[in-house]
Design a protein around this ligand. Structure first.
Ligand SMILES: Nc1ncnc2c1ncn2[C@@H]1O[C@H](COP(=O)(O)OP(=O)(O)OP(=O)(O)O)[C@@H](O)[C@H]1O
Length: 640
């Protein structure tokens, strides 16, 4: 496309401040809220070196990511951040959204108010690159649940529904409002529609500033253009919309009111998009005919690091262009505008918009209800959660059959009890690895949006899985207990169910805690499975009696859920159990009843029933607390 045609075709909104000036877009009315950044610098710390040195012993570096960024963007505009990979687009959005993870200097204001984290949380919505949506909810349900999490209790059901309908219409989602979102396995709405849903979620809060990181990535050109056209409409309704773009197509570029061109953390040009070609042409870099000017100038300001010669040439060119921008009228006018805003600013905290959010109970019940609905729509996953644990019983029963009361049945009982304490935590791990990571990723997005904290999320998850764990444990114990002929007493059966349930929960909750530390679910799976395997070997006493182990291992066993669970199930099964002594046991001492077995192998287990049960319950509660702590310590950090 001809550069001049393109230039002429760039969009300048009638209502935007751009239309009031010739080219520089400085005709902003004082009353138009403006986002200003004044000499903003951003530094991050990172470490290099082999992972085994640990976080503290690897070499620490400080990277200067953004350099002296000075910008002024009035509300009502669509602003594009463009630049090659690593030029600092996402970092700039992070800083504006107060989601930076380093050290920021300089000043940022919006509408004359200094941008503290609280102010920005209220005013800014940030659409990150990935669409993290629950696959089994419809578009409308997705938005409705989020509205319950975002809007204050004072917004009633009718108003909430209106709000949801409104964003559905604004984002052109009416046609798919009642379709499932879908995911990797379940087919659902298209990629472009998913992006729209993600943006619609952010519009529920009615933000003043909407930031989008690479919203067009992965979309075909038609869908991308329509998406940006929707964003342009949102901007025209008085919002400041800023989006980073990797490879801005010329028709998308035409829709941008202003463009900030970045290279290595420096702003190389910031001003009206249609002024870019004349600006660079004056500096000796005209845009070739038929070329997309944005592509051309991204190349012109980028450093080519493929070899030393090219790097030297392109670095010199970039330095010259940076100096030219620093001394340009364009930047001088932006600085004047920023200074004017600074004079007018109030420095007061943002009194106009108080932070209003739903109460804890509403957030908690919404998250639980959403998890339940999401799982209930996936028949296989729902069924699997209930049936995976009981499915083990036929294997155990086929192998061990119905138990007798002879001496050989002692070994059979040990086998059954070993399975009773080893299988439930493993199934807890398997269930968790299958279903938790998607919920966790979803939480990470909503957590970053400040909708609710890790405590609410993890308690909601526990409440969500509790009924499944209870039903699965009752089914497992009912089948195993009565088919194999364990001690026929209702109380003892109840105790067996309780132990299976607690161990099943222990598996789930410890995996949850580890999931807070490792992003990779497989790593969490391996870590927890190994932990429970070691715990089962060490502390059950079924494979080797505790008394025969070294003192160190005996002490270690006190930290294992298996120690307490095993003592309970052994006392439960062997106490008052009569055993027969067959004549063929020549020379081998006979164990006449279960209490002798307990006295020899688990001394005191019958008397420790209450103590063991209380410790087991406390440890499971401890795993829940550990999960909360691990998410608080690592949670939102490990997703970045
Ligand atoms: N937390 C961090 N630790 C280390 N380096 C960082 C961190 N954040 C940003 N950087 C570095 O700062 C530079 C700018 O990164 P940024 O992600 O903002 O670039 P970008 O223009 O958005 O790139 P892309 O288009 O590829 O997403 C990169 O070199 C990046 O490695």
């Amino acid at each position: 496309m001809d550069a001049n045609v393109l230039q002429g075709g760039y969009n300048t909104p009638a209502s935007s401040p751009l239309s009031q000036s010739s080219t520089e877009g400085e005709g902003s009315e004082d009353s138009t809220p403006t986002l200003t950044l004044s000499d903003v610098n951003y530094y991050v710390k990172y470490r290099t070196g082999p992972w085994w040195r640990g976080a503290c012993f690897r070499k620490e570096h400080v990277k200067h990511v953004l350099h002296d960024v000075t910008l002024a963007f009035p509300a009502g505009q669509l602003v594009g951040l463009v630049g090659s990979s690593g030029s600092g687009k996402t970092s700039l959005l992070d800083v504006i959204a107060s989601r930076d993870e380093g050290y920021v200097t300089g000043e940022m204001t919006y509408g004359g108010v200094r941008c503290t984290r609280d102010v920005m949380r209220q005013r800014v919505s940030y659409v990150i690159q990935a669409d993290r949506l629950l696959p089994n909810l419809t578009v409308r349900e997705t938005l409705t649940y989020t509205a319950y999490l975002k809007l204050p209790n004072s917004v009633n059901k009718k108003q909430l529904k209106e709000k949801v309908d409104n964003v559905i219409n604004r984002m052109g989602l009416r046609g798919v409002a009642d379709s499932r979102v879908g995911g990797a396995v379940v087919r659902g709405v298209s990629g472009g529609e998913k992006r729209r849903v993600t943006i619609a979620l952010q519009l529920l809060k009615d933000p003043d500033i909407l930031l989008l990181d690479e919203p067009t990535t992965g979309l075909d050109s038609f869908t991308a253009r329509h998406l940006v056209a929707s964003l342009q409409q949102i901007a025209r309704q008085g919002k400041l919309v800023m989006l980073s773009l990797h490879q801005p197509r010329s028709d998308i570029a035409k829709m941008l009111d202003q463009t900030a061109l970045m290279s290595s953390g420096h702003v190389m040009y910031c001003g009206p998009t249609d002024h870019m070609v004349p600006y660079f042409t004056e500096l000796g870099y005209p845009s070739p005919t038929y070329a997309n000017p944005l592509d051309t100038y991204i190349d012109v300001v980028s450093v080519d690091r493929r070899d030393a010669d090219r790097q030297a040439v392109t670095s010199q060119r970039t330095d010259e262009l940076l100096q030219a921008y620093k001394t340009s009228d364009l930047l001088a006018r932006t600085k004047a505008k920023v200074a004017k805003m600074a004079k007018a600013r109030s420095f007061v905290s943002d009194t106009g918009r108080k932070s209003r959010s739903p109460g804890w109970f509403r957030s908690f019940s919404t998250v639980v209800s959403r998890m339940n609905v999401n799982l209930s729509r996936d028949g296989l996953a729902y069924f699997n959660r209930i049936i995976a644990l009981p499915v083990f019983v036929p294997f155990i029963v086929i192998f061990l059959g119905r138990m007798k009361h002879n001496q050989g049945s002692i070994q059979d009982r040990i086998g059954i009890l070993y399975n009773s304490v080893q299988v439930p935590p493993y199934l807890g791990i398997i269930n968790n690895v299958a279903l938790f990571p998607a919920l966790r990723d979803h939480f990470y997005r909503e957590g970053l949006d400040g909708l609710y904290g890790s405590q609410t999320f993890l308690l909601a998850y526990t409440l969500h899985i509790l009924p499944f764990a209870a039903v699965a444990s009752v089914l497992f114990s009912s089948m195993l207990y009565w088919i194999t002929g364990m001690y026929p007493e209702a109380d003892r059966f109840g105790m067996h169910v309780a132990v299976v349930f607690l161990l099943h929960m222990a598996g789930e909750l410890l995996t949850t805690a580890v999931m807070g530390m490792f992003r990779n679910p497989q790593l969490a799976n391996t870590t927890t499975a190994l932990t429970f395997t070691a715990s089962g070997l060490l502390a059950t006493g079924f494979l080797r009696t505790l008394q025969n182990m070294s003192e160190v291992l005996q002490y270690l066993s006190w930290a294992s859920v298996h120690k307490y669970a095993s003592e309970i199930v052994v006392a439960n099964e062997f106490h008052n159990l009569n055993l027969t002594c067959e004549e063929k046991l020549q020379g081998i001492p006979c164990v006449p009843n279960g209490d002798v077995f307990i006295d020899v192998n688990y001394p005191g287990a019958t008397n420790h029933m209450h103590r063991n049960f209380e410790i087991l319950v406390s440890m499971v509660v401890g795993y829940q607390l550990l999960a909360i702590l691990s998410f608080k310590a690592f949670g939102l950090r490990i997703m970045k």
